[in-house]
Ligand binder design. Sequence first.
Ligand SMILES: [Cu+2]
Length: 279
Amino acid sequence: MRRTHRAAVAAVLFGFTLAAVPIVAVAGSGSGSVTNQLIRRLNRQLLYLAVPIAVLVEVILLYTVWRFRSDRNGGEEPRPTRENRQLEITWTIATAIVLLFVGTASFHALAHPAVSTLPDGPHGGQEPGGAPEGAVEVNVTTEQWEYTFEYLDEDVTTDDELVLPANRPVYLYVTSEDVIHSVHVPGLGLKQDAVPGETHLIRTEPTETGEYRLYCAELCGEGHPEMLSTVRVVDEDGYESWLTERADGDAASDSDDESGTESTDGSDNESTDRVGGGP
Ligand SMILES: [Cu+2]
């Protein structure tokens, strides 16, 4: 019994040693954004803890079944263990350490402004225009069954894709014109309901250029499966030139509308270039 106890303690210690292995935050390895990095790192940290515990429990269970099988003691019932203070102290402390680890790791991710955005917090309020200098602010308006992206301070509005610069803070102010929709970008770790009459902030910072699928994750009517869009993350130069191109295109189409003529070839080509990959 003494040996069993030592083995159990050794296994618990082994589990914690594994969990304490420095967990390297693999920044930029397919994470897409700061938000996604935080979520993935928390998932990894919890796995480091959960896998050794699951293995330990299974090993103890199998050992118990084998060690106390009925034909081993000539059919006699094994005597139950009562009042093992050392064992009780061990599992109480081990549980406390596990909960402390889970709580600390979760708080580190959940309290980060790129994961939870507090109204009137130190990183900017819920209202458009509340972001600090250098941040990109976009009003994301949803309606059955499309998204409209309005870039604050840029005089640019799009409905085909959301273009964002890499490595700059991004503030998306999400609202709805009709029913509840959702802005869900799994590749960037973003998800936020769009509620009529309310504005909810998504705060993040894309870290990798590329195209990411944007879904509506809230059943919002018959057109819901088609409510898709694209988030395209580009470098700073690409972003600036896209804004300029887009602002010029909008101005050109406005003046065309005013003069009553058809769109020019230039603006047509531009719109086909901008559209990301199909569903
Ligand atoms: Cu929907």
